[in-house]
Design a protein. Sequence first.
Lengths: 337, 337
Amino acid sequence: MEQVRIPFENLVATLTSCLIKQGFEQDRAIRCATLFAQADRDGVYSHGVNRFFLFLDFIKKGFVIPQNEPELIAQIGMMERYDGRSGPGNLNAEFAMDRAIELAKSFGMSAVTLMNTNHWMRAGNFGWQAADAHCIGICFTNTISNMPTWGGSEPKLGNNPLVIAIPRSSGHVVLDMAMSQFAYGKMEIAKKKGEQLPFDGGFDSNGNLTKSPEDILFSHLALPTGMWKGAGLSLMLDILVTVLSGGNSTMEVGKDGIEKGLSQVFICFDPVKLNLTEWMESKIDSIIADLKSSSVFEDKSVRYPGEQVLQIRESNLKSGIPINTELWDKLLTLSTS
Amino acid sequence: MEQVRIPFENLVATLTSCLIKQGFEQDRAIRCATLFAQADRDGVYSHGVNRFFLFLDFIKKGFVIPQNEPELIAQIGMMERYDGRSGPGNLNAEFAMDRAIELAKSFGMSAVTLMNTNHWMRAGNFGWQAADAHCIGICFTNTISNMPTWGGSEPKLGNNPLVIAIPRSSGHVVLDMAMSQFAYGKMEIAKKKGEQLPFDGGFDSNGNLTKSPEDILFSHLALPTGMWKGAGLSLMLDILVTVLSGGNSTMEVGKDGIEKGLSQVFICFDPVKLNLTEWMESKIDSIIADLKSSSVFEDKSVRYPGEQVLQIRESNLKSGIPINTELWDKLLTLSTS
């Protein structure tokens, strides 16, 4: 696919124009556009502008309501529960992590929940947001059901992404993982290329583990990461977001086949308020240094979570964000029409 | 192996006598014995009396100090940090989860950390403890390094067990998972039986994924659950316990080759204080019912985390706890000598 390289600010401005035309107020359009552009800037191309037209489609269908902001339902000490009121998922999530950061700075730790929210697009954004604010951030969401539980022959679990972010002056450590071994987007790409997955990525319709993206896309039975273990963890994350937010569980999200009305949790620790700064930086640095010092099998290398993001970000900020040419033309047309 | 069936109370009493002979005060001996016996009662035979003589050996060597209780280092709102002072790991962990429960009942949510503690034996005990107190409990620990990171050819990560427990009147939902796909104990058993693992469980010395327990026990390269994903999660859990407790990281734990001086975190949410009880029970019940209603591949069934524990517990309480005959004789000798 042909690509153009677009300067980050240019990408944000173009997306902002598109969003304003969809009824976004300017401030919210800028923030929403920035969150989309950050995904591409950081190399998470599956959840940046590649999702933008689907996002606009959800607005047209009334599933995402541009002007709706989260509404406080309950506040108990360091925990706040919000109704996301079907607002844009990324703006709602950014708001929620901001509140979690503020509460952690007052109380030491905090939790903020969202019910009735939408897909937050790139999960990692909200981890980087916490780490940029010098906080430890943990957040997770449920999704529509897209994986079987262990032994099951139909999707019953969401791939429920989990983010854990640790601030560090020489580069935050940020894990951004869904509970499926491979993303459906990755499997689509492998299928188009006629390639097999490098490891088993799901079940075929007979319940056999397979590396064939075609078979998995047909069965819709993506493999939970770590098999029974990821299946268990996915279920627990769904129960946690549902119980803590009072919102929908994966089974309720999926009832009409559309991924909306999600539940999310944002947990934050402020190392300053909790007096952890004396050792924090040096301990993390030594853990990362030890990991990076690992002997490796030939032609392999080791990375810490988030390391590659910084490398890609630097490169993309320098050379421009790579965008599919056709998609970029569509964005330009929409932003100026 | 021949087994005897020992009534639960009898097992606790025998272990208690053994511990008193090792210098435990009576109250602490009873609690420590109960925690060991609970593991066997619930079917987690790898971390019950099978670990008891190793535990006694650690006492003899001075790694575990029977009378040492956790000492409060810092208290900031809903978070408390303790020095475990090399006390018995299971007693320290039980104490820490108790404090987390108490703090959650005051504040809604809480975190308690332990530095300088020892192996907590069966991780799930402390999840069931929180759930029995009607709280949501999350706890995790680091361990000695026993897994490679993704691409690495030497153990650099711990298998860092993670527990998430949700209370429910018709049976708590409790996930108790280590970050390795298979426990070394399980691989030992498979090796003794001359069996292969059902799925890849680690790397051989050439870096190839293998089902051979023999090869994995030789290379000491157990597979992180979900490959790169479990490796990432293991690292994040190690950073979290280390930073939040101020204690040792996995790399420091392993320095002298002995698994001691661990770091642990216990997080608790009180659904009553947080006003979650209106929907909590019904939401969890419907999630579990939906999971259990999953269609399955032939000869398969689906379970929720913790389901099997209750079945085994009921059976073992009725028929007696199965203990290896030789081990039971050793315990009897020790308790009466």
